[in-house]
Design a protein around this ligand. Structure first.
Ligand code: SF4
Length: 405
């Protein structure tokens, strides 16, 4: 699979100890996520950060909204370090970030990146000063920043200015175009202001999040054309379940295909009982499906139809998929490259052998009216035929032997 060519961007470094996560430039598109715990609850927060990191999140953002949360941040970091988890932490600041970063230097040091929202960093005369205090902290402690604009908390003064300007145009823009311009201008002018204050432009990552697919595509196409900062991509408030997953996949895929996006977050609302890590799984699946990164061996399976008489092949596909995923923490280290492996589990011989030849290892289970035999292909060649009651078990053993080989 040919991965899309990336837009040329600057490269930021998000660092904790020996762990350096590069974002932009020639780095792979990074996955990040965010906790939903109260940061004051140090243990709960550290546990969720670790879970997200183990699921594949390369940076984890935590809420820093009160003096108590800011005071808790160094302890969250300490807990993680004790657990042997060095994933960089990103602090999410709104309204009072300037005070928290100034009054809690240990918090400022324990974080690896600060998220600054120019829409709520301050109003009127105070805006520039408070924004400046956050940039000062980033320079003092050598941290990256994300200037993250969100249309739910857009800078109202800037929006009013742009609307006023628009009313004087010969052909005024429509309301959406004004909104896009406000998002992009807020992000880029804030980044330029940060650079004027002395922050290295390489350490600035931008985002302009909206919750509609077409809006996101329009905004990021505009943003990417007007700057070379690394871009954080995500559909904000994507929603729950299938809707959130599909909307995120649609929006992110279009932009990633254009080479736009250096780090992604899928913002899913977890359904009751659903793990927070689901958003990391979806983000990984998007990048893997796009051919941009590989995380786990992929299992190709047909949908099944009237030619399949039982659910055997579906169960085998599911079991193989679960087995491969569960082994990855060990296999990733023991068998480098195993994440690129492709397995096909097909319901009959109509498309089974053809699909199996495209996989590293594939099987076609006997369909309705076919002889009770399951041809197995390895590296594109028919290797053997399985028969009898132990087909699933024997295929498992063949996959295991292939990985070990
Ligand atoms: Fe149906 Fe066979 Fe195609 Fe699967 S491979 S969808 S069982 S015809």
């Amino acid at each position: 699979m040919v991965a899309p060519a990336a837009r040329k961007s600057r490269q930021a470094r998000v660092v904790w100890g020996d762990r350096v996560v590069t974002v932009g430039g020639d780095a792979p598109v990074r996955i990040q996520s965010m906790t939903n715990t109260d940061t004051v609850d140090v243990i709960e927060t550290a546990i969720q950060v670790k879970e997200l990191a183990q699921a594949g999140s390369e940076m984890v953002r935590i809420t820093v909204n009160t003096p108590e949360a800011a005071a808790a941040v160094p302890y969250v970091r300490e807990q993680l370090d004790r657990m042997g988890e060095n994933v960089p932490l990103v602090g999410d600041f709104h309204y009072n970030g300037h005070r928290l970063l100034t009054e809690f230097p240990d918090c400022a040091k324990a974080l690896s990146k600060y998220r600054i929202n120019p829409g709520n960093v301050g109003k009127g005369d105070k805006k520039d000063k408070q924004f400046g205090q956050m940039i000062e902290a980033a320079m003092q402690y050598d941290k990256a920043v994300r200037i993250g604009v969100n249309w739910g908390s857009l800078d109202q003064e800037l929006l009013a200015e742009l609307m006023d300007e628009n009313s004087r145009r010969a052909v005024p823009w429509d309301g959406r175009q004004v909104m896009y311009e406000a998002l992009i201008t807020s992000a880029i002018s804030s980044a330029q202001r940060a650079q004027e204050m002395g922050l290295n432009g390489d350490q600035i990552i931008l985002s302009c999040k909206v919750s509609g697919v077409q809006d996101l595509v329009a905004v990021y196409r505009g943003l990417s054309a007007r700057c070379d900062y690394a871009l954080h991509l995500g559909l904000t408030e994507a929603g729950m379940g299938t809707k959130g997953t599909v909307a995120s996949a649609a929006a992110l895929s279009i932009l990633l295909q254009d080479g736009i996006g250096d780090t992604i977050r899928v913002s899913l609302t977890p359904q009751p009982g659903e793990a927070r890590t689901q958003e990391v799984v979806v983000a990984s699946e998007i990048l893997q499906a796009m051919g941009m990164r590989s995380f786990v061996p992929s299992v190709t399976a047909c949908p099944g139809c009237g030619r399949t008489t039982s659910t055997t092949f579906q169960e085998l596909a599911r079991d193989i998929d679960q087995h491969l995923r569960s082994q990855m923490p060990v296999w990733r280290v023991k068998y480098p490259g195993v994440e690129k492996m492709k397995v096909a589990v097909m319901g009959c011989i109509v498309n089974g052998p053809g699909e199996s030849k495209h996989a590293d290892i594939g099987i076609s289970l006997p369909g309705n009216g076919e002889s009770p035999a399951a041809p197995v292909f390895i590296d594109g060649e028919k290797a053997l035929t399985l028969r009898g009651d132990r087909i699933a078990q024997e295929f498992h053993e063949i996959v295991q032997a292939y990985v070990e080989r």
